[in-house]
Design a protein around this ligand. Structure first.
Ligand code: PA5
Length: 468
């Protein structure tokens, strides 16, 4: 494959010194010098974990069993339903949403006749709207929760079950497809009892690393996206991400680059800025992966380190008129990761309708997509001139291969970034406290201690309004 045909490439030209304008760049020798110690041990650790099956997500591109089952279920779904609703939160929602937004081609496939919705929040207004708007006889729900006990997802399931039971009686079973852990959890138990069509997230695949299971692939298959191509994209980049010649290993190199920006240049925020609405949800997916994996209080030896860099998502050109002012002139603590793809459809900008002499004449005969991508390059140059580092993730199309490669690459980069920081990127202890407090406040049995704690804290901190 010619390099320009690669589904995805990372262009680091504006992040690297020496560059007369790039005072904040990092030199290639500095990056490479890392390879002889820390990067090697991060790589060795990853290899070991993969060998003992602890990071099963890394092998998902080769698991055709999952995609075959998704394709089979998707056929059943397409034969019966018009509306596909995925119910899940965090890692159980964002990947599917990113795939659908990027690849369902509404311009060309208008006759597919299917709609989708990702119900990832428990905003009652949204749920009510969905229940009112959709013909429930023609709606199918894909309930996704790895743990099988996430309160947000389960509360939605309880409501949907009740509604469907009333609406279609015993036929409700046809309307639910389940993705969960193969062995445990309340959802698994229920799915077995009710004999619901069930898909599994392998035990050693964490929520935010699960996009290449039925979490992302059922939705893709329902919309007749080529899931094998998606996996092929992941397989293609997998080779570069596990290259034992670590100076060539793209995931490790990128992780080292980002790590050094954070540690040595004081970059604390990574802004992923998509120049395509269809790619914007990939930034959302990245944001969760990065934040939940890398924001940690303790290192792997139990030392308190309070580490992490903040991922932010942005959309070009929209946010050029919003966030970019801050990024160009505010604190020098951000790295911008531009994300783009050539457009498969474009529109010619015709001659202006103005009868008078206009300064906008230069727009004529250019294309809208051309304008957008030119603005992106112009903005990169503006960042360069302002001494702000940027990277560019270049997809070679809104294609399943490019999206599959994107997912796999960032999972690998995130893992390596965690290892370089000596933290565990696969847990999320920080989100437990809020969950426990909620359960206690809603009266979960056995949570008296938490209930009392919350009550005391609220008594000690009564409402205090700024206007008082
Ligand atoms: O990455 C994670 O582990 C989380 O973001 C989970 O995906 C999220 O909390 C949902 O969990 P579950 O799939 O168990 O409902």
């Amino acid at each position: 494959m010619n390099k320009s045909d690669h589904p995805l490439r990372i262009n680091i030209r504006f992040a690297i010194s020496p560059n007369p304008l790039q005072e904040n760049g990092i030199t290639l020798p500095i990056i490479n010098s890392y390879y002889h110690s820390k990067a090697q041990s991060a790589y060795d650790k990853a290899i070991k974990l993969r060998e003992i099956g602890e990071i099963a997500w890394a092998d998902l591109p080769y698991d055709s069993g999952i995609s075959d089952l998704c394709i089979e279920y998707a056929k059943q779904i397409r034969n019966q339903f018009y509306h596909f609703v995925q119910v899940g939160i965090g890692g159980s929602a964002l990947g599917a949403q990113a795939i659908l937004e990027a690849l369902v081609n509404e311009v060309q496939d208008t006759n597919l006749g299917l709609t989708y919705e990702i119900l990832d929040n428990i905003d009652p207004y949204e749920m009510k709207k969905l229940l009112q708007r959709y013909d429930l006889n023609k709606t199918v729900f894909h309930i996704v929760t790895k743990s099988g006990s996430t309160p947000e997802t389960m509360a939605q399931l309880f409501i949907l079950f009740e509604f469907m039971k009333q609406k279609v009686g015993d036929q409700w079973r046809n309307h639910f497809y389940i993705t969960t852990d193969p062995r445990e959890g309340d959802l698994k138990k229920w799915a077995v009892e009710e004999q619901l069509p069930t898909m599994h997230i392998p035990p050693k695949v964490g929520g935010r690393f699960s996009v290449l299971t039925s979490v992302g692939l059922l939705a893709a298959s329902v919309f007749q996206l080529n899931v094998y191509k998606l996996l092929n994209g992941a397989k293609w980049i997998e080779k570069f991400c596990w290259d034992s010649n670590i100076e060539k290993n793209v995931a490790l190199k990128l992780a080292v680059l980002l790590h050094r920006f954070q540690k040595e240049i004081g970059i604390q925020q990574f802004v992923m800025m998509a120049y395509s609405n269809r790619l914007y949800r990939l930034c959302d997916w990245f944001r969760q992966l990065w934040a939940e994996s890398l924001g940690k209080r303790f290192d792997e030896n139990g030392n308190e380190i309070y580490t992490g860099s903040t991922p932010i998502q942005a959309l070009g050109a929209t946010d050029q008129h919003s966030q970019v002012q801050l990024y160009i002139e505010g604190p020098k603590d951000k790295l911008i990761l531009f994300l783009s793809s050539p457009f498969e459809v474009d529109l010619l900008i015709p001659k202006s309708p103005f009868q008078f002499e206009t300064s906008l004449k230069y727009l004529e005969k250019h294309y809208l997509g051309e304008l957008l991508l030119t603005e992106m390059l112009a903005t990169q140059i503006a960042f360069l001139e302002a001494g702000r580092p940027t990277l560019h993730i270049e997809l070679n199309g809104h294609t399943p291969e490019a999206i599959g490669a994107f997912f796999y690459l960032w999972e690998m980069v995130t893992m390596f970034a965690g290892f370089l920081n000596h933290i565990n990127p696969f847990d999320q202890p920080g989100v437990e406290a809020g969950k426990k407090n909620t359960a206690a406040m809603l009266g979960k049995v056995g949570m008296d201690e938490y209930h009392q704690k919350v009550k005391t804290l609220l008594e000690l901190n009564p409402p205090l309004y700024i206007d008082e």
